[in-house]
Design a protein. Structure first.
Length: 177
């Protein structure tokens, strides 16, 4: 077990969904000591996913029962960060995830959405995306370079979207190309 893991992160929906789709949800756990999700993210991923009988919803639900911690947003945090609710480019899960970061004093937000990443930076929260998690796991020798590329390619096959530039940057960070 890596003792250099940051203590707390809050995750948005997409990294959970995509890592679950490729059978690699645990990879998030290998980077962070504790992973929290707000209720809206749970609803988006698990409740709605189970209604549609999507297999990754059941995988995430099992993780919530064991190592992902579901947390309510306290009313005072909801009021203090109410301005987030006026941002139409953020989804409900993203708004709650950012609020939960502030509530828990979590330094990291696991999110891929550009607007969520932009807003989190403004609030002194470090955004960590799906690709960054893969690179961190490679650098910490949790996975090999080959596994990292395989995971990235599997993510793309199940609909994960990144630009060619980001794909090239990830390969560079993995010591390829």
């Amino acid at each position: 077990m890596n003792t250099d893991r940051p203590a707390i992160a809050v995750s948005n929906s997409s990294p959970l969904i995509y890592f679950a789709k490729v059978g690699r949800l645990e990879i998030i756990r290998s980077v962070f000591e504790k992973v929290f999700i707000p209720e809206k993210v749970f609803e988006e991923v698990v409740i709605k996913g189970k209604e549609l009988n999507i297999s990754d919803a059941f995988i995430v639900e099992r993780a919530v029962e064991t190592w992902i911690i579901k947390e309510k947003i306290k009313p005072e945090i909801d009021v203090e960060y109410h301005f987030l609710d006026t941002n139409a480019r953020l989804g409900l899960g993203e708004k709650e995830a950012i609020k939960l970061c502030k509530q828990l004093n979590a330094k990291y937000l696991v999110a891929d959405d550009r607007e969520a990443r932009r807003v989190s930076k403004m609030l002194n929260i470090v955004p960590v995306g799906t690709c960054s998690i893969i690179v961190k796991c490679y650098r910490q020798k949790i996975i090999t370079r080959e596994e990292a590329v395989q995971i990235l390619d599997e993510l793309l096959k199940v609909g994960f979207r990144i630009s060619i530039e980001v794909y090239r940057k990830v390969l560079l960070e993995l010591g390829l190309r």
